[in-house]
Ligand binder design. Structure first.
Ligand code: SF4
Ligand code: FES
Length: 585
């Protein structure tokens, strides 16, 4: 394999790779602003310049400086075998310092109020490559703050004119709303008159902007980034399986960011997915179990709620269980096992799969595959169906489920129904409401809805951010995700509810903690303010462990062995090490 030496480190590379790509892959730092692997390469900011030597075939392959020793942009120079790159020699370092001094001439010193502080390339490189003092005595050019569109502000005087945002809107969504207005140090990023930055991918420019010029209105002044913990998660709204970082602090989500996965979402996410966490912190979350007594729903505890659910199932005829495509595969399995334990002939079905329009394909030339915004608004329809098919027995679809509950059908003796929701908004159809009449209904859901009025028992469940599990996306990729938040109020994951119901059925007492499971530990990471006040639903039975359930699934059915072989697991959480310990004031 061909080899290149960068700053004294030998690296193997594939033909066509650029020097900066190789350095980034091998963990060798070369400063960079305008370069992004998903966009075209204008070699514009000039900070990545380095002295490059290469074998000269016209001189016996002797290693000689290229271009007479001029500095070359490593982001735009293809590597060749035997190259030797000096990005840390005096000549390259002098250039880095000169570029930093130029970029800081007009840059405001507003880091204390800038959202990007703490994750700003300009701040970081200024610390590492800057001069430390400014020689500029003239007046800085001041530029305006502008509203670019529904999600984005620009604070123009922080811009370093890297043009990533301009290239992104032209090359990926293809809408080209952003342009450069003016010349020289009066250049400004702006949108064309009457054309706001309003496309399906608009907020990606915030992630792309290496400084704090492009700002997400939703995140603006919401948190200092050094307080945020990042948990790897998966899109919980659509069937894309987009990889995400969920950034949170003190048990509240503050933003989603795309997590690079070249086999799924590459570098991007849609705005729909980016803001898909809002319902997780909704005031409409169901936070306590409820049971119907004398026709009225009253708050209760888990023991009584599960007792009433099991009593209702025991006294009624056939059981029917609706498993939502919003749930993880492991939970679908646990609920199906519970159903078949309660009634060997239980009817199982997957809940409705919302679809909005059709898939949208976006050009993504650098990735060699399009970026797709999915019309299917459920993250795991394929995974739930895969589990149900493997479990076998009486399985139907949502329409069949509603029909089976109706009179005169083959399943007209269905007397008890367990339905799971976990959708981000109202989801039940009139056919479902109608079919539930006269049945003993247990509702396991996250948000208050009309369905509560149909229910005899209501069990609060957690959103995907409050549990771990596996989703199968539209392309059949199985991806596991971690828990980011502690469950809200008394809510539990559907998998935990299934385990608790089996424990109660076996005679366990939920009021008495099992030894060793009385406390839930919240890992807030080093130097962070602990979420000591977060309300924690103490697990009183065996905790539901998605990894254990995957093992059990694979052992039970050959059709489910993919859960041991094909599940992509999330990367380790990045631990932020602050320069000094952060103390709670
Ligand atoms: S606004 Fe940000 S991304 Fe756009 S050119 Fe300026 S620095 Fe680059
Ligand atoms: S990163 Fe190479 S010129 Fe900007």
């Amino acid at each position: 394999m061909p080899t290149i030496t960068i700053n004294g480190v030998a690296c193997e590379f594939k033909k066509g790779e650029r020097i900066l790509d190789i350095a980034n892959r091998c963990g060798i730092e070369i400063p960079q602003y305008c370069y992004h692997p998903g966009l075209s390469v204008p070699a514009q900011c000039r900070i990545c310049l380095a002295e490059v030597h290469a074998p000269n075939p016209r001189n016996d392959n002797k290693v000689e400086p290229m271009m007479g020793g001029k500095l070359l942009p490593t982001c735009a120079t293809e590597a060749s075998d035997g190259m030797v790159v000096f990005a840390n020699n005096p000549k390259s370092v002098a250039n880095q310092k000169a570029v930093m001094e130029y970029l800081l001439i007009n840059h405001p010193l507003d880091c204390p109020v800038c959202d990007q502080a703490g994750e700003c390339s300009l701040q970081d490189y200024s610390y590492k490559y800057g001069r430390g003092t400014s020689r500029f005595e003239e007046t800085k050019v001041k530029q305006p703050k502008k509203d670019l569109g529904p999600n984005i502000y620009i604070y123009s005087d922080r811009c370093i004119m890297c043009t990533r945002c301009v290239r992104f809107t032209r090359e990926i969504p293809g809408t080209g709303e952003i342009m450069i207005d003016g010349r020289g140090n009066r250049s400004e990023i702006d949108v064309f008159p009457g054309v706001p930055l309003d496309n399906d991918l608009s907020a990606n420019v915030v992630d792309l902007c290496p400084v704090g010029a492009l700002l997400d209105k939703d995140f603006l002044f919401s948190q200092r980034v050094w307080f945020l913990k990042s948990t790897p998660t998966i899109d919980g709204l659509t069937s894309s399986g987009d990889n995400l970082w969920a950034d949170h602090n003190q048990n509240r989500i503050h933003r989603f960011r795309p997590r690079e996965n070249m086999d799924v979402n590459t570098w991007w996410i849609t705005d729909e997915v980016r803001y898909s966490w809002k319902h997780v912190q909704s005031d409409d979350r169901i936070q306590s179990p409820m049971r119907r007594e004398h026709g009225v729903l009253i708050d209760t505890d888990w023991q009584r709620a599960l007792d009433q659910m099991l009593e209702g199932v025991r006294d009624a005829g056939t059981l029917a269980v609706l498993i939502s495509p919003m749930l993880a595969c492991e939970e679908a399995y646990a609920l199906a096992k519970l159903a078949r334990t309660l009634d060997a002939n239980a009817l199982l079905a997957m809940g409705p799969v919302p679809v909005d329009g059709s898939d949208k394909h976006f050009d993504n030339p650098a990735a060699g595959r399009p970026f797709i915004a999915r019309a299917e608004k459920a993250p795991n329809a394929r995974g739930v169906q895969r589990v149900l098919n493997a479990i076998g027995g009486e399985i139907t679809d949502f329409d069949g489920f509603c029909r089976a509950l109706g009179h005169g059908s083959g399943h007209s003796n269905v007397g008890a129904v367990v339905i799971t929701g976990n959708y981000p908004s109202t989801w039940a159809t009139s056919a479902l409401h109608h079919a539930l009449g006269g049945k003993h209904v247990t509702l396991i859901d996250t948000l208050e809805s009309d369905l509560v009025n149909d229910a005899d028992v209501v069990l609060p469940s957690c959103t995907w951010l409050e549990k771990a599990g596996t989703f199968e996306n539209a392309e059949g990729t199985l991806q596991a995700f971690d828990r980011a938040l502690v469950p809200l109020g008394q809510s539990k994951s559907e998998g935990q509810i299934a385990l608790d119901a089996l424990a109660v059925l076996a005679g366990d007492d939920l009021d008495r903690p099992r030894a060793g499971y009385a406390a839930m530990i919240v890992d807030e990471g080093p130097g962070q303010v602990p979420a000591a006040t977060a309300s924690v639903a103490t697990p009183l039975t065996e905790p539901f462990d998605a990894a254990d359930v995957r093992e059990e699934m694979a052992a039970e059915s050959s059709a489910l062995q993919v859960f041991m072989t094909d599940v992509a697991t999330p990367p380790a959480k990045p631990k932020k090490q602050p320069d000094a310990p952060i103390v709670e004031l």
